[in-house]
Structures are given as C-alpha cells and as structure tokens.
Design a protein around this ligand. Structure first.
Ligand code: NAP
Ligand code: MG
Length: 406
C-alpha cells in the first residue's frame, strides 16, 4: 500500500446507535483507516451517553461542526417511552437531528444514490431529484383551536413598537377547527440561500414551488424572497454554469417532476418537503440508497444516512444471526464529509479517494452483482443471492483497492 492520505483539519464524527453503530465502526475500520490518516473529533451520541451527559454531548457535537465546518453523523435513536425503558433513560431526550438542525440553522438535502440496476418506479427519471426541505415553521409550529359552536375569530399581531394589526376569519356557522401558522423571513432567506448554493455546488437547476395564487401573502413571501436572492446573489453564477432557477405553482411542479428526467434540486416548503421527500425516495428505490446532507447558509455541513438505526436487524445481530443491512448510505455519509473537507482544505487526494470509494460501492452492486437483501429485492435483472453486511463491505474493499492501485 502506498502512503496514507493526509488531512489537515478534523471532521466532526458523531457516533450513533444499534445496527448503524456496528456498521459505522466496520466502515471506518475496513474502508477508511487503512487508506486515510483519519482526523476526527469524536462525539459519542449513543443514547446512553446522551442520557449520561444530559444531552450535553449533542450540543457539543453541533458546536464542533460550527468550529470545524464539516461533520458526519451515524443514525441515532430518538427515544420514546419504549426506549426509556429499554435503555433506562432519565427522560425522552429530543431528536438529536432536531437539536443539531436548530443550532446549525440548516436545510436538509436528500438525494438518491443512482445504481443502474435499481430502476426508479417513474420510468422517465434518469438523474437524481434532490429534495431540499425547509425545516422551520408553517404547520410544524402552528397554533390551533377546535370550536364547538358558531362563532368568530381573528388574528392579532402586535409589534414590539406598539403597532397592531388584525385580520378576521369568516364567521363560523357551526363547529369546526382553525389554525394559525407563521414563518420568519430570516429563516426563509437561509433556506433559499442554502438551496441556491447547493444547486451551484451540484451544477443543476433549482426549482421552487408554492401556491402564491391562493396564498397571496404567505406563499407570495416565499416566492419573493427566492426571487430577490436569485436576482441579487446568484443570477450571474447560474448563467455562468448554464443552470436555471424556476418558480412553479406547486400543482404544476408535481406533474413536471413526474414527467422530468430528474437532475435538479427541488426546494420544498416544510410540509411539501416532508411529504414529497418520502414520495421521491420511495420512487427511487430504498432509504439505504439515499444521502442526506445538511447545508447551512454559513457553509456548515453535516452528512448522514437518511435511514434510522435499523433496530430490527440489530436485535437479530445481538442473537448472533447473520444480518444483511445495507451500509451504502453510511459509507456515503463518510465520503461526502471527507469530500467536503477535501474541497474546503484543498486536499485533492482526499476528494479523489472519496469518489473512488463511492464508485467502488456502486460497481460492487452494479457490476459484481454483490448486494444486501434490500437491493437484491429491487434489482433488475433480479438476483437470487444476497450477502451479509460484512461480506458486502469486504467486496467494496476489494474494488476500492483495485481502483487505488490504478
Ligand atoms: P429504520 O432504522 O430506517 O428502519 C426501518 C426499516 O427499513 C428496517 O427495519 C429495514 O427493513 C429497512 N432499512 C432501513 N435502513 C436499512 C438499511 N441500511 N439496509 C437494509 N434495510 C434497511 O427506521 P425505524 O426502525 O423506524 O427506526 C429505528 C430507530 O432509528 C428509531 O429509534 C428512530 O428514532 C431512529 N431514526 C433515526 C434517524 C436518524 O438518526 N437520522 C432517522 C430515522 C429513524 P426490514 O426490517 O424490512 O429489512
Ligand atoms: Mg415525513
């Protein structure tokens, strides 16, 4: 083996739970440490350690991403009542992803990993569709009332300087429900900015869709913020790269997405992103073939797998049974983080290594037809045999070494 690839600055490593924790360390051991002088600042987000530190470790890990710019994260348990019992926790700690996202003010971009033998359900799709979800406000932070008689309601806004504004709902003729939602320009700007930056990084078009014809104040605000940021910050760069920014009405966007070849970033409002990211990822194949990258306007970056800790497989693993959990998305969490570190620090070798490792994974599945059970089910032509996670990682290692020798 030639010399190991050097790094100058660390990436923040957040370890996680269950099956993904097992695979995380195997990926490191087999696919990274032999080739890279890996520098990481390690934070153990195992649910027991979050409990022990009163969740301090999650906050520290997020702050470390602010310091070093780049982080990679393993999947983590978001505790519910069952988990509190299972791990003897002090309480149901909040979702680490929620905590980290709030601290970094990021937008999450989910993209499918394209494998030729795993065909999207939509036959026109040839290139990835990346869904960018605005993860703040709207119905996720709304207030609501259920009323049981006819009546009326209004919304009152009071500014801190003492100015009032009121709007009335139509009179209610019977029982029903009402809701009040909001968003903040600064958050929408961050979302728009991160979406434009991501499209530039990937050199693909950006779509944003909303319903400003009906929602003439609310959605129109989003539309206008996207337009302004495009005109003032990114129009020239888009022209230089030959990519486009398009605003569509949301219903028009849906039919365009299905008829498209893919190959664009689709920026979605919070609810649209929640719903359509599941639709798009399912139509592309599998959560285990999905990257998830958090990208903030300040340039902080965090990559992880889109799936959870794969609890069901972990229980089999604990019983000593063979498991065939797909480590692809976890490997890509690492490669994307290392690639980003390499790009920021000008380490060409590191960025190239990441690409070679990604290609080694893809050719293991596509050319060698070696795969875990989840993809074996989807593959065309179908394959009858599948391998364990460890066998898959060993096959990837072989391909990686071949390409590192060239
Ligand atoms: P999950 O871990 O995503 O797994 C759900 C099912 O999807 C698995 O049972 C498995 O199906 C399949 N699957 C997911 N990833 C796979 C992979 N890499 N290879 C093969 N199959 C895969 O979701 P969950 O079981 O609902 O959640 C488990 C824990 O993860 C929860 O405690 C939750 O809080 C946490 N979670 C964390 C994150 C995160 O950290 N980003 C995200 C979501 C959930 P089969 O069983 O049919 O094989
Ligand atoms: Mg959802």
């Amino acid at each position: 083996m030639t010399n190991k690839i050097e790094m100058n600055r660390p990436i923040v490593e957040m370890d996680g739970d269950e099956m993904t924790r097992i695979l995380w360390s195997s990926v490191k051991e087999n696919l990274l440490l032999p080739y890279v002088n890996l520098k990481t600042e390690y934070y153990d987000l195992h649910v027991s350690n979050r409990d022990k530190t009163d969740d301090r470790v999650t906050f520290d890990a997020a702050s470390a991403v602010k310091k070093w710019g780049v982080g990679v994260k393993c999947a983590t348990i978001t505790p519910n009542a069952d988990r509190v019992k299972e791990y003897n926790l002090k309480k149901e700690w909040p979702s680490p992803n929620g905590t980290i996202r709030k601290i970094l003010d990021g937008t999450v971009f989910r993209a499918p990993i394209m494998i030729n033998s795993v065909k999207p359900a939509v036959r026109y799709w040839k290139k990835p569709i990346i869904v960018a979800r605005h993860a703040f406000g709207d119905i996720y932070d709304g207030v609501a009332i259920r009323f049981n008689e006819p009546g009326s309601a209004e919304i009152t806004y009071k500014s801190t300087s003492g100015h009032d504004e009121r709007v009335k709902y139509p009179d209610f003729k019977g029982s029903g429900v009402l809701i009040g939602i909001y968003n903040i320009d600064k958050s929408i700007e961050g979302f728009a900015d991160a979406s434009f930056k991501y499209a530039i990084m990937k050199k693909v078009d950006l779509w944003f869709a909303a319903k400003d014809t009906i929602s003439k104040v609310y959605d129109a605000d989003f539309k206008e913020i996207f337009r302004k940021i495009y005109e003032t910050r990114y129009k020239e760069e888009f022209a230089r790269l030959g990519i486009n920014y398009n605003y569509y009405l949301i219903d028009d966007a849906i039919s365009r997405v299905v008829r498209s070849e893919g190959g664009f970033v689709w920026a979605c409002k919070n609810y649209d992103g929640d719903v359509f990211s599941d639709m798009v990822s399912t139509a592309f194949g599998s959560l285990a073939l999905m990257t998830s990258e958090l990208f903030s306007p300040e340039g902080y970056y965090l990559s992880e797998a889109a799936h959870g800790t794969v609890q069901r497989h972990y229980y089999k693993y604990l019983k000593g049974e063979k498991v065939s959990t797909n480590p692809t998305a976890l490997i890509f969490a690492w490669t994307r983080g290392l690639k980003r570190r390499g790009e920021i620090d000008g380490l060409k070798d590191l960025a190239e290594f990441s690409e070679k490792l990604e290609n080694a994974v893809i050719s293991t599945i596509e050319k060698d037809k070696i795969m875990t059970q989840d993809i074996a089910k989807l593959s065309e032509p179908s394959v009858s045999e599948h391998v364990t996670s460890e066998e898959f990682i060993a096959a990837v290692k072989k391909n990686l070494e071949k390409s590192l020798r060239n």
